[in-house]
Design a protein around this ligand. Structure first.
Ligand code: SF4
Ligand code: SF4
Length: 435
């Protein structure tokens, strides 16, 4: 059961029927359970220099003090100081720090979910090494436990719990793949009992961006690999990762990796999706402490490796291009060079954005913000930053390697009347395979 308040104002949603005290208690218990030594060190270390504000695209776009990254953690910080810091008993006894209230949490829902993409740009800017993006994820965990997340994300959460994907039930996958296969004229194997590579998709590839899925199939078939998609684990976007629903996050990650193990696959190939990479490549270690039993690889890495090994040959396009670095793949994921090598193989003369690589500006839609309709006006403000940087390059092509970034940028472009097309690196490779 879920009840949502009006989405415009006051700007927060509630799920479930719990009373205010119960919600507050659930959030506090979750916050306290996430207070590790590292979290404590980070929350104690802020020197209020303000550099994180200058790094955050929401703060840059609005200039509002409340969009300062560390401020987005204020209730979480207060909970730490009162419950888990070395002087917590004294802090409580003397009333040195105000206890977070249900009104605080409701007010902060917007800052944590609408005004943060967990992009980590503030993290790289902080001279004290405070991983604000990771702390936001911890705070979101408490908000999820309290039933205080945007209703759009809650709906996707419930759907993914039921279907294994927010996009479609697993049992519909064979029919969807058959249709994509017929539309684009490319075979897409499904539910093979044995394969070497388990290929996964982002939700948009099962609906709006089916060409990306067909293009992945075209490349895998060209390489002669034994691959399959599988009902057991097919959607790599991880709504649990975004929402703070750790239980769902684990379940969705396990569905990919355990399915790969079951069919004998040594590789899980992730789609052009940033959060898929964060969840399945890096966060998966939480549930496989002995090490992942399979290799988890992003599509960009895969293309780079195949081109470098000479197994995949592409025709040079020979235009200028600029590249949007998806935060979870580049800043948080470390894959800065791979996309640039693929662009070079395609013969592009790369003109870098003013902010690029690990310091690139977020598209404004990560962390579930793109799916959160309530956040659209803020997202559009952020889009203007990227738009002006792209325009300044004068590049003929604008390329990225994350489907969610692409959707965010396409939505921003439509709203702004900007005619520049956002192109997929995967699709450029597939469209330019050499004979
Ligand atoms: S993680 Fe990104 S969006 Fe969130 S506060 Fe930091 S810079 Fe802003
Ligand atoms: S950059 Fe780091 S130290 Fe400076 S205000 Fe932000 S969180 Fe605090």
């Amino acid at each position: 059961m879920s009840t949502a308040t009006a989405t415009a104002k006051p700007g927060f949603d509630r799920q479930g029927t719990a009373g205010d005290d119960e919600r507050l208690d659930a959030a506090m218990k979750s916050f306290v359970s996430d207070f590790s030594v590292t979290v404590g060190l980070h929350l104690e270390s802020c020197v209020h220099c303000g550099l994180c504000a200058k790094a955050c695209h929401f703060h840059l776009a609005t200039g509002e003090a409340r969009h300062t990254p560390i401020w987005k953690l204020e209730p979480f910080r207060r909970a730490y100081l009162r419950q888990a810091s070395p002087f917590a008993p004294l802090v409580r006894a003397l009333g040195l720090v105000k206890a977070p209230t249900i009104a605080d949490l409701q007010q902060w829902q917007e800052l944590l979910y609408d005004a943060c993409t967990m992009c980590g740009r503030c993290t790289t800017a902080c001279p004290m090494g405070i991983d604000i993006a990771e702390l936001i994820r911890d705070a979101r965990h408490g908000m999820f436990k309290a039933g205080l997340i945007p209703e759009r994300l809650a709906l996707m959460d419930r759907t993914a719990r039921q279907w294994g994907s927010p996009a479609t039930p697993a049992e519909d996958l064979p029919d969807i793949l058959a249709e994509v296969s017929a539309t684009h004229g490319v075979p897409i194997p499904c539910d093979l009992a044995q394969a070497d590579v388990l290929v996964t998709a982002a939700p948009a590839e099962l609906g709006e961006h089916t060409k990306a899925l067909a293009d992945a199939a075209k490349i895998l078939n060209r390489l002669g690999l034994r691959w399959t998609m599988h009902q057991g684990g097919f959607d790599a976007s991880n709504i649990g990762f975004n929402n703070g629903d750790l239980e769902l996050q684990e379940r969705l990650t396990r569905s990919l990796i355990d399915t790969a193990v079951k069919i004998g696959a040594r590789t899980v190939l992730l789609p052009e999706c940033g959060h898929a990479y964060g969840a399945a490549r890096w966060d998966a270690a939480r549930w496989y402490p002995q090490g992942l039993p399979v290799r988890v690889i992003h599509m960009t890495e895969f293309l780079d490796e195949q081109i470098a090994a000479g197994r995949l040959r592409v025709r040079p396009i020979g235009h200028t291009a600029t590249f949007h670095d998806p935060c979870q793949i580049v800043r948080r994921g470390g894959l800065e060079a791979a996309a640039r090598r693929v662009l070079a193989a395609l013969g592009f003369e790369l003109i870098e954005l003013d902010a690029h690589g690990v310091t690139g500006l977020c598209c404004g839609g990560g962390g579930g913000v793109v799916s959160n309709q309530r956040a659209a006006p803020l997202r559009h403000q952020v889009f203007a930053l990227k738009q002006s940087q792209v325009d300044a390059t004068g590049a003929e092509h604008f390329v990225t390697s994350c489907g969610q970034c692409r959707i965010t940028l396409e939505m921003g472009a439509r709203q702004a009347g900007w005619t520049k097309k956002t192109e997929s690196l995967l699709e450029l490779v597939a469209d330019n395979l050499a004979d």
